[in-house]
Design a protein. Structure first.
Length: 182
Protein backbone atom coordinates (compact mmCIF):
# COMPACT_ATOMS: atom_id res chain seq x y z
CA UNK A 1 0.00 0.00 0.00
CA UNK A 2 2.86 2.39 0.85
CA UNK A 3 4.33 1.82 -2.62
CA UNK A 4 0.99 2.62 -4.26
CA UNK A 5 0.69 5.86 -2.30
CA UNK A 6 4.28 6.87 -3.13
CA UNK A 7 3.71 6.25 -6.85
CA UNK A 8 0.46 8.21 -6.80
CA UNK A 9 2.07 11.14 -4.97
CA UNK A 10 5.03 11.20 -7.37
CA UNK A 11 2.75 11.13 -10.44
CA UNK A 12 0.55 13.87 -8.98
CA UNK A 13 3.57 16.06 -8.16
CA UNK A 14 4.96 15.59 -11.67
CA UNK A 15 1.60 16.57 -13.19
CA UNK A 16 1.05 13.14 -14.74
CA UNK A 17 -2.01 12.41 -12.62
CA UNK A 18 -4.91 14.63 -11.62
CA UNK A 19 -7.00 11.94 -9.98
CA UNK A 20 -7.59 11.45 -6.28
CA UNK A 21 -6.51 8.33 -4.44
CA UNK A 22 -9.07 7.24 -1.86
CA UNK A 23 -8.28 4.59 0.70
CA UNK A 24 -10.66 3.20 3.26
CA UNK A 25 -9.06 1.79 6.37
CA UNK A 26 -10.42 0.69 9.71
CA UNK A 27 -7.45 1.83 11.76
CA UNK A 28 -8.36 -0.23 14.81
CA UNK A 29 -8.37 -3.46 12.80
CA UNK A 30 -5.43 -2.66 10.51
CA UNK A 31 -1.99 -4.24 10.87
CA UNK A 32 0.82 -2.23 12.42
CA UNK A 33 2.33 -1.17 9.07
CA UNK A 34 -1.00 0.17 7.77
CA UNK A 35 -1.63 2.01 11.06
CA UNK A 36 1.79 3.64 10.79
CA UNK A 37 1.01 4.68 7.21
CA UNK A 38 -2.33 6.18 8.25
CA UNK A 39 -0.56 8.06 11.05
CA UNK A 40 2.04 9.36 8.58
CA UNK A 41 -0.48 10.49 5.95
CA UNK A 42 -3.14 11.55 8.39
CA UNK A 43 -6.76 10.84 7.61
CA UNK A 44 -8.38 13.33 5.28
CA UNK A 45 -11.77 12.41 6.61
CA UNK A 46 -12.96 10.16 9.38
CA UNK A 47 -16.25 8.37 9.13
CA UNK A 48 -18.30 6.43 11.61
CA UNK A 49 -18.43 2.67 11.11
CA UNK A 50 -21.59 1.59 9.29
CA UNK A 51 -22.53 -0.64 12.21
CA UNK A 52 -22.73 2.48 14.40
CA UNK A 53 -24.65 4.56 11.86
CA UNK A 54 -27.30 2.33 10.23
CA UNK A 55 -29.27 5.42 9.19
CA UNK A 56 -26.54 6.08 6.57
CA UNK A 57 -26.96 2.70 4.91
CA UNK A 58 -30.04 3.38 2.70
CA UNK A 59 -28.39 6.46 1.16
CA UNK A 60 -25.10 4.63 0.64
CA UNK A 61 -26.91 1.66 -0.92
CA UNK A 62 -28.63 4.05 -3.35
CA UNK A 63 -25.31 5.71 -4.29
CA UNK A 64 -23.45 2.43 -4.72
CA UNK A 65 -26.34 0.91 -6.68
CA UNK A 66 -26.32 3.89 -9.07
CA UNK A 67 -22.60 3.30 -9.71
CA UNK A 68 -22.93 -0.48 -10.04
CA UNK A 69 -25.95 -0.08 -12.33
CA UNK A 70 -25.47 3.25 -14.16
CA UNK A 71 -28.46 2.61 -16.44
CA UNK A 72 -30.81 2.23 -13.46
CA UNK A 73 -32.07 -1.20 -14.50
CA UNK A 74 -32.24 -2.58 -10.95
CA UNK A 75 -34.08 -1.54 -7.82
CA UNK A 76 -34.23 -3.06 -4.35
CA UNK A 77 -37.42 -4.09 -2.59
CA UNK A 78 -37.96 -2.61 0.88
CA UNK A 79 -37.26 -6.07 2.35
CA UNK A 80 -33.90 -6.26 0.53
CA UNK A 81 -32.97 -2.76 1.69
CA UNK A 82 -33.93 -3.73 5.25
CA UNK A 83 -31.51 -6.67 5.04
CA UNK A 84 -28.72 -4.23 4.12
CA UNK A 85 -29.62 -2.07 7.12
CA UNK A 86 -29.70 -5.05 9.51
CA UNK A 87 -26.26 -6.38 8.56
CA UNK A 88 -23.35 -5.15 10.71
CA UNK A 89 -20.96 -4.50 7.75
CA UNK A 90 -17.65 -5.54 9.29
CA UNK A 91 -15.97 -4.67 5.98
CA UNK A 92 -17.73 -1.30 5.93
CA UNK A 93 -18.07 0.49 2.60
CA UNK A 94 -15.81 -1.88 0.67
CA UNK A 95 -17.95 -4.86 1.68
CA UNK A 96 -21.15 -2.95 0.92
CA UNK A 97 -19.87 -1.98 -2.55
CA UNK A 98 -18.66 -5.48 -3.37
CA UNK A 99 -21.95 -7.01 -2.22
CA UNK A 100 -24.08 -4.65 -4.31
CA UNK A 101 -21.87 -5.14 -7.38
CA UNK A 102 -22.15 -8.93 -7.02
CA UNK A 103 -25.94 -8.80 -6.54
CA UNK A 104 -26.40 -6.55 -9.59
CA UNK A 105 -24.09 -8.76 -11.63
CA UNK A 106 -26.05 -11.89 -10.71
CA UNK A 107 -29.52 -10.35 -10.93
CA UNK A 108 -31.77 -11.96 -13.52
CA UNK A 109 -34.66 -9.56 -12.92
CA UNK A 110 -34.77 -5.79 -12.46
CA UNK A 111 -36.34 -6.07 -9.00
CA UNK A 112 -33.80 -7.31 -6.45
CA UNK A 113 -35.56 -9.09 -3.61
CA UNK A 114 -34.25 -10.31 -0.28
CA UNK A 115 -34.01 -13.83 -1.67
CA UNK A 116 -31.48 -12.59 -4.29
CA UNK A 117 -29.08 -11.42 -1.58
CA UNK A 118 -26.25 -13.51 -0.12
CA UNK A 119 -27.41 -15.79 2.68
CA UNK A 120 -25.69 -13.83 5.46
CA UNK A 121 -27.75 -10.78 4.48
CA UNK A 122 -31.01 -12.71 4.13
CA UNK A 123 -30.60 -13.99 7.67
CA UNK A 124 -29.11 -10.87 9.24
CA UNK A 125 -30.30 -10.53 12.83
CA UNK A 126 -31.97 -7.36 14.01
CA UNK A 127 -29.67 -4.67 15.39
CA UNK A 128 -30.63 -5.29 19.00
CA UNK A 129 -28.84 -8.07 20.86
CA UNK A 130 -30.88 -11.26 20.91
CA UNK A 131 -30.78 -13.67 23.81
CA UNK A 132 -29.53 -17.18 23.03
CA UNK A 133 -33.12 -18.42 23.19
CA UNK A 134 -34.30 -15.71 20.75
CA UNK A 135 -31.42 -16.53 18.42
CA UNK A 136 -32.36 -20.22 18.37
CA UNK A 137 -36.02 -19.33 17.85
CA UNK A 138 -35.14 -16.97 15.00
CA UNK A 139 -33.05 -19.63 13.25
CA UNK A 140 -35.83 -22.21 13.64
CA UNK A 141 -38.39 -19.82 12.14
CA UNK A 142 -36.13 -18.95 9.20
CA UNK A 143 -35.52 -22.67 8.55
CA UNK A 144 -39.24 -23.45 8.73
CA UNK A 145 -40.11 -20.59 6.34
CA UNK A 146 -37.42 -21.71 3.93
CA UNK A 147 -38.61 -25.32 4.04
CA UNK A 148 -42.21 -24.17 3.53
CA UNK A 149 -41.04 -21.96 0.62
CA UNK A 150 -42.36 -18.86 2.41
CA UNK A 151 -45.79 -20.30 3.23
CA UNK A 152 -46.45 -18.95 6.72
CA UNK A 153 -49.31 -21.36 7.50
CA UNK A 154 -47.09 -24.36 6.71
CA UNK A 155 -44.16 -22.87 8.63
CA UNK A 156 -46.35 -22.21 11.68
CA UNK A 157 -47.68 -25.77 11.56
CA UNK A 158 -44.15 -27.18 11.30
CA UNK A 159 -43.14 -25.10 14.32
CA UNK A 160 -46.21 -26.16 16.29
CA UNK A 161 -47.51 -22.61 16.72
CA UNK A 162 -50.45 -20.65 15.34
CA UNK A 163 -50.11 -18.39 12.34
CA UNK A 164 -50.87 -15.29 14.44
CA UNK A 165 -48.12 -16.27 16.87
CA UNK A 166 -45.72 -16.71 13.95
CA UNK A 167 -46.51 -13.20 12.66
CA UNK A 168 -45.93 -11.74 16.13
CA UNK A 169 -42.58 -13.52 16.43
CA UNK A 170 -41.54 -12.44 12.93
CA UNK A 171 -41.98 -8.82 14.02
CA UNK A 172 -40.33 -9.29 17.41
CA UNK A 173 -37.28 -11.09 16.00
CA UNK A 174 -36.83 -8.76 13.01
CA UNK A 175 -37.58 -11.35 10.35
CA UNK A 176 -39.01 -9.87 7.17
CA UNK A 177 -40.98 -12.63 5.52
CA UNK A 178 -42.86 -10.51 2.99
CA UNK A 179 -41.11 -12.18 0.07
CA UNK A 180 -41.81 -15.66 -1.23
CA UNK A 181 -38.60 -17.23 -0.01
CA UNK A 182 -36.03 -16.21 2.57
Amino acid sequence: MAHLISRHRAASSAGRRASTLSLTVCREQACTAVRALVDEIGPARRTTALSRAPERIPGLVKQVLSRADPHGRHTLTPAALQAFVQWSWPGNLAELSDTIAAVVGDAQAPLIQRRHLPQHLRQAPPRRRLTPLETAEREAIIRALSTAEGNKSEAAAALGIGRTTLYRRLRRLGIDADERFL
